[in-house]
Design a protein around this ligand. Structure first.
Ligand code: SF4
Ligand code: MG
Length: 334
């Protein structure tokens, strides 16, 4: 398999500073030791509750957040080692789409101006052909030349996201990090944007890192899924494998609590109490142990490493007995 992106042991920890002297009082372990690869034209979904580090991971891949350690290779090139000028070149090949397209579009610029900027900056167009290039880009995203001369506030949420996608495509990237690209949209519009992303992927051979908490969308769009919990990947598998045979108790929780469960997916009853612990004070051992109905003494003492189980990578001491154990746990509660 050819490899477009390789993320190796990526870590991003933020110092927390307080008071007049800005003394460091702690560290937010937003992303720790994350590794995965992505092939051209492939979609890897990253799922997990809010605060699990998925957005930080997405931004760190593009170095919008400077990684604390680890390596990011795009087409074999170590992105973490690039200086500012070379990083700007590399950013042509990797772009990001945000959840809130309104927040990321300049309200005082027409769509034409917004799209012309990256095209000219990166030499993808000249003043002589910029008009045609913008029209081409906007049409590709399902809008028309008429839309190009309007301002963001004149658009619906879905149209604004189309503009956000057009802007990301301006530099002809090979990789797009999609950070909750449809979460702010109405359900009917969500499907249109997801379809657009899939059409563009087929046409242009794009690879996506698709960050989402909506498992319905993820199952539809992703080839593989990585589940994050408190900054770490706890399970990674092909999409169907993950949904049909989730190995990590946390993955089971996510699937069983999804608002629109797929009736063909087995339901694993899992009573989970308590909210997500803070990424500033991680629980000992397995970070999921305070909420896990299968936790045993070992889980409190020893952090489970990711290991291969069939086609799945999973970080749980009891992953091989998970199905049985969970059913017992659920039966006990009924
Ligand atoms: Fe639960 Fe233990 Fe597995 Fe962590 S390692 S998910 S606490 S069973
Ligand atoms: Mg987020």
């Amino acid at each position: 398999m050819t490899e477009l992106l390789r993320v190796q042991n990526l870590t991003k920890h933020f110092p927390v500073k307080r008071g007049l002297l800005r003394r460091q009082v702690g560290t937010v372990q937003a992303v720790t030791d994350v590794s995965f690869t992505l092939a051209p034209g492939e979609t890897l979904a990253v799922v997990g509750e809010s605060g699990c580090g998925k957005s930080t991971l997405g931004r760190a891949i593009l170095r919008l957040h400077e990684p604390s350690s680890g390596e990011i290779r795009l087409d074999g090139e170590d992105v973490t080692a690039l200086d500012t000028r070379d990083l700007r070149e590399a950013r042509k090949r990797m772009q990001i789409i945000f959840q809130d397209p309104y927040g990321s579009l300049n309200p005082r610029m027409t769509v034409r101006e917004t799209l012309a900027e990256p095209l000219l900056l990166h030499g993808m167009a000249t003043p002589a052909n910029i008009r045609a290039k913008v029209d081409e880009l906007i049409t590709m995203c399902g809008l028309s030349a008429w839309h190009a001369d309007r301002y963001p506030h004149e658009f619906s949420g879905g149209q604004r996201q189309r503009v956000g996608i057009a802007r990301a495509l301006a530099t002809r990237p090979r990789l797009i990090v999609c950070d909750e690209p449809v979460s702010a949209l109405d359900v009917s519009v969500q499907a249109q944007i997801v379809n657009l992303l899939q059409d563009l992927q087929r046409q242009l051979g794009l690879a996506y890192v698709f960050i989402s908490h909506d498992l319905g969308v993820v199952r539809h769009i992703a080839n593989r899924v990585a589940v994050m919990y408190l900054g770490r990947i706890v399970e990674q598998a092909d999409t169907e494998e993950l949904f049909l045979n989730p190995r990590h108790p946390y993955t089971r929780t996510l699937i069983s609590s999804a608002p629109r469960p797929d009736p063909t997916v087995a339901r694993h009853k899992l009573p989970v109490e308590g909210g997500t612990p803070s990424a500033m004070a991680l629980p000992s051992g397995c970070a999921f142990h305070p909420r896990c109905p299968m936790a045993v003494d070992r889980c409190r003492a020893e952090r489970p490493e990711l290991r291969q189980l069939g086609g799945t990578l999973v970080a749980c001491h009891r992953a091989d007995e998970a199905v049985e154990g969970m059913d017992v746990a659920a039966a006990g509660k009924d």
